[in-house]
Design a protein around this ligand. Sequence first.
Ligand SMILES: C[S@@+](CC[C@H](N)C(=O)[O-])C[C@H]1O[C@@H](n2cnc3c(N)ncnc32)[C@H](O)[C@@H]1O
Length: 341
Amino acid sequence: MAYSLPSHPFNFLLLTLNLIDYTSLYEHLAVSPLESWLDVLPVQIQQAFDSKRHGDLDEWMLTLKAFPRVQPSSIDLNSSVIRVGTPGDISPRDREALEQALQSFHPWRKGPFDLFGIHIDTEWRSDLKWDRLSGAISPLAGRRVLGIGCGSGYHCWRMLGAGARLVIGIDPYLLYVIQYQAIRNFIGDVPAYVLPLGIEDLPENLEGFDTVFSMGVLYHRRSPFEHLLRLKDLLRVGGELVIETLVIEGDEDAVLVPEDRYAKMRNVWFIPSPAALTKWLKRSGFKDVELVDVTSTTTEEQRSTAWMRFESLTDYLNPENPSQTLEGYPAPRRAILIAKR
Ligand SMILES: C[S@@+](CC[C@H](N)C(=O)[O-])C[C@H]1O[C@@H](n2cnc3c(N)ncnc32)[C@H](O)[C@@H]1O
């Protein structure tokens, strides 16, 4: 299938498109069950990069463009730390320039990464979540995988490392797309992409992914059933959903709807028990629903670091009673469930 990018009058956009080249993604899609997405995707990406929405975009792009040109001698996508290159691959001067450039993409929330010995100690040890789910999900080898709300794309790299044929992450927050590009800049044009889109931007009934991940997103959605039904539409028949979300203890009717904030977050709407989420998934038409893990979030997993200098978990908990949030709700506990379409 032939596709062309519409022309656009603004220079910053040309710069954007030059730097983030999605041609190879379009080529993958053209020979996949997701081909129909190409009817709208290039325009959606173009619109998402409209710098009126994100005043810092031009600067981020220039910073990316000015990255030192270094060839990594090794790439490891299968360990806790996504490791690209070694300290010996880069001159001290370039290393310092790169570290400064990477710091300008603060805050780094999902990781960790190591670029030529620069350790990006992110707010979240996202590797711990990966460890909790990777043994339970269907092997990703050869699969087309979608990650909704993928942040910096840490888990996208782990999915590619696990052998996925195509990984697409989406996140509407442009800084995370830039952070992903910062890593991709050194890894090369591999079949893993992070797109500046929200789930609401995905066409209905794509029905083309073998595995869809929705991690850390459900509680931010105002309508949980709408979210679950959208996830189902994205999967091929027999495909697998991996869903991770905040949960509370309780039976299949237990759901917390915070009165206002939860752990200082304004946009938390529904926190079900694992049993309630299981029921919701079945009601939405999913089969073989399985609870894989329930874990309370610790300050080992989520904390402020030199790469994320804002508040973090300890600041959200009641100092007198850390089993509660500042608002008096149960402290964050997260569950992972898998289910089949
Ligand atoms: C709590 S983080 C989870 C990140 C990652 N999936 C993980 O589990 O570590 C939620 C992410 O969802 C993204 N997000 C917010 N609104 C979204 C939307 N409408 N569609 C997709 N992602 C969204 C946020 O920008 C953020 O990166």
